[in-house]
Write a protein of this length. Sequence first.
Length: 121
Amino acid sequence: MSSSLNHAGVLAALDALAPDSLQAVEARVEGADESLILHRAADGSVRAWLNVCPHAGRRLDFAPGKFLRSKAGELVCAVHGATFALADGQCVAGPCRGDRLRAVAVRCEDGQVVLDAVPAQ
């Protein structure tokens, strides 16, 4: 399920992300409205990436907030089949092998997943 754009930095309630789940959320990142993918690992850690395949610049979900997974559990781009390891966003198969998803810094705070502050340039 995709959430509406959140300018305050809170992306999701931590308990709304089941272990080994993916969720699409909208957020303002570096001044632009972006779709993000949140992944809660089995150990409870949360990672985030831009919802953009590095191969062709298209969204990874096949419908808003709906993602394909390989039999091994990796994230699969719905357009050209690029396959990404959820541990680090590395493309392990497909047309952009060796590239990786663009990570977005997040942290868990008070039961919420929030964007990490981006240092001023």
